[in-house]
Write a protein that binds this ligand. Structure first.
Ligand code: NAP
Ligand code: ZN
Ligand code: ZN
Length: 348
């Protein structure tokens, strides 16, 4: 079926109206009418082919919330009218060790990304959530609990799970000091979640102007990283550092924030390598690690944790026609804290 969408036709091109073809729902598929789709910095990295070769035309969007329109005859967990979500991937090999453990994001076979990728057949291109409809196997579709405005729920499907998963994996909780680096879409969810888990949270930001917002979001401390000596003054104080920075930056003063055996986890994905010194790691036996989104079961767990507690993203809702302007503003850090597309604007 033809579906109205917005696409980049080539690397770095402005997004334009585009009609894509979706399959009719198969036996196990759910067809969603998209209501809201968040704008992740990963959308911009990929539209601009900053991570290497990319597939065009590209319909970005992997923070999707919608209403179930139709289901295939073998679908058991969804019915028309239900709220549902789709995150960063729509299928995986289903047989490897990672898939068996519910860590589909680390699939050793083929991970079918929601866009800029291919379906399980490794041929059919996938198209994301800047579109009126999407069709996804129910096993890769999330249940969305009622209780929060849906535009605030959409960003949980990437920004939420990407910060939730490492905070859980490294057992962040009461009695710990956590630094969240970069107060954007991921960072502001990291602050809310680390605070909800009971940690003492400090925001490390290049923008002093974000301090009041950081505290409103739940941060107890604030470090303006570009002010002289600011990071050095806090060396050795933190148990855990979550680095959400989208651009190349110096990780060494951030590593130095960690105490003995502390861990810094990169979730930000800058287009160029970071230069890591040996000494910030070997002194105090620190760990540097990375983390990619989360599996389906953990994403469901995150939604079931966040929505009843009123934990959603702080959003600015836009029409799809304004997406390029939103990208520009996101690069400048001018967003509080996630742009979300109102899919109704696709009909204009
Ligand atoms: P975003 O909203 O643009 O936030 C990024 C923040 O990084 C900015 O708000 C800014 O915070 C900080 N920053 C930007 N340029 C900087 C620089 N040159 N030096 C220091 N700090 C800088 O982006 P996002 O959507 O949160 O995504 C962040 C990154 O995570 C992107 O690279 C994205 O691709 C990646 N990502 C990874 C995963 C994963 O699974 N690992 C999932 C989603 C996204 P301040 O103004 O506070 O300094
Ligand atoms: Zn994302
Ligand atoms: Zn797999």
């Amino acid at each position: 079926m033809p579906v109205r969408a917005y696409a980049a036709l080539s690397a770095g091109a402005a997004l334009t109206p585009f009609t894509l073809e979706r399959r009719a729902p198969g036996p196990k598929d759910v067809e969603l009418e998209v209501l809201y789709c968040g704008i992740c910095h990963s959308d911009l990295h990929q539209v601009r082919a900053e991570w290497g070769e990319a597939m065009f035309p590209m319909v970005p969007g992997h923070e999707i919330v919608g209403r179930v329109a139709r289901v295939g005859p073998e679908v058991t967990r969804f019915a028309p009218g239900d709220l549902a979500g789709v995150g960063c991937f729509v299928d995986s090999c289903r047989t490897c060790g990672s898939c068996a453990r519910g860590l589909e994001q680390y699939c050793d076979g083929h991970l079918a990304l929601t866009y800029n990728g291919t379906e399980r057949d490794q041929k059919t291109p996938t198209f994301g959530g800047y579109a009126e409809r999407i069709v996804v196997d129910e096993a890769y579709t999330l249940r969305v609990p009622a209780g929060l405005p849906l535009e605030r729920v959409a960003p949980l499907l990437c920004a939420g799970i990407t910060t939730y998963s490492p905070l859980k994996r490294w057992h962040v909780g009461p009695g710990q000091r956590v630094a969240v680096v970069g107060l954007g879409g991921l960072g502001h969810m990291g602050v809310k979640l680390a605070a909800a888990f009971g940690a003492e949270v400090t925001v490390v930001s290049t923008s002093r102007s974000k301090e009041a917002d950081a505290r409103r979001l739940g941060a107890h401390g604030f470090i303006a990283s570009r002010e002289d000596g600011a990071l050095e003054a806090h060396a050795g104080r933190f148990d855990f550092v979550l680095d959400t920075v989208s651009a190349p930056h110096d990780p060494n003063p951030l590593l130095s924030l960690l105490r003995l055996d502390g861990a810094m986890v990169l979730v930000g994905a800058p287009e160029r390598p970071l230069e890591v010194g040996a000494f910030p790691l070997i002194l105090r036996r620190r760990t540097l690690a990375g983390s990619l989104i989360g599996g389906i079961a953990e994403t469901q767990e995150m939604l079931d944790f966040c929505v009843p507690r009123g934990i959603g993203a702080d959003v600015e809702v836009i029409a799809v026609q304004d997406v390029d302007r939103a990208y520009e503003r996101m690069v400048r850090g001018d967003v509080k804290f996630r742009f979300v597309i109102d899919a109704a604007s696709l009909a204009r």
